[in-house]
Design a protein around this ligand. Structure first.
Ligand code: GRF
Length: 214
């Protein structure tokens, strides 16, 4: 596919960047008609930045602590996204809530990955290891990962991909997190492919696969 036809993607990160790496590998392989052209981290010196630099991708730090409010931080991110003319945005281990101005500027064009089967175990305060602790405490026998479209309501956008994993009797939060992370690395590239190929139709909270792109 010619470079000009590739969707330009920005990836927002806060930590290790294993989901960023999965997206980098998938876009580099040509299986997704997209290229990652910018990485934005809200934290300096996280391994995700090194992953971007090792791949020759511009990485910038917009430290949320440098801004007077979440709104100002979000507007600074929005400005960078618009300046670099990205088409799509992926939140990958990004731990800040974006103000509505960002999803409003990119309707149905921002994805997020959550390490549980939303809408269960999502929302305020449920991120990272806290999700797996809550899953184990609840006694459910299955968990998994969800890729959803980002809207103004955290963790409540239309779901694009999900995959289930078993919760085992001897699981710890870490062993469950490791099992879910493997699923994340599979379904996030698949969700980005569907979005980049314009195969996702959004109907309220539901998404359906189009038989062919627009
Ligand atoms: C993952 O569990 C992801 O679901 C959550 O952040 C964790 C770390 O992601 N959003 P990464 O390794 O930084 O991509």
């Amino acid at each position: 596919m010619k470079k000009k036809d590739l969707k330009k993607v920005a990836v927002l990160v806060s930590g290790g960047g294993s989901n960023l790496q999965a997206l980098l590998d998938a876009t580099r392989s040509g299986e997704i008609p997209a290229e990652i052209t910018l990485v934005i981290s809200n934290k300096p010196e996280v391994y995700a930045i090194k992953r971007a630099e090792d791949s020759g991708i511009p990485a910038i730090v917009l430290d949320h602590r440098d801004f007077a409010s979440a709104e100002e931080f979000s507007r600074a991110i929005l400005k960078r996204l618009q300046e670099t003319e990205v088409d799509l945005v992926c939140l990958a281990g990004f731990l800040r809530i974006l103000a509505p101005c960002v999803p409003e500027a990119y309707p149905n064009r921002i994805l997020n990955i959550h390490p549980a089967l939303l809408p269960a175990f999502g929302g305020k305060g449920l991120y990272g290891m806290r999700v797996h602790q809550a899953v184990l405490a609840s006694g459910v026998k299955y968990s998994g990962a969800t890729v959803h479209i980002v809207t103004a309501e955290p963790d409540q956008g239309p779901i694009v991909c999900q995959e289930v994993v078993p919760v085992k009797d001897d699981d710890t939060p870490q062993s469950l997190a490791d099992r879910v992370l493997q699923v994340e690395h599979r379904i996030y590239p698949e969700a980005l492919r569907l979005l980049a190929e314009e195969l996702i139709e959004v109907d309220g909270l539901r998404t359906r696969l189009k038989t062919k792109p627009n």
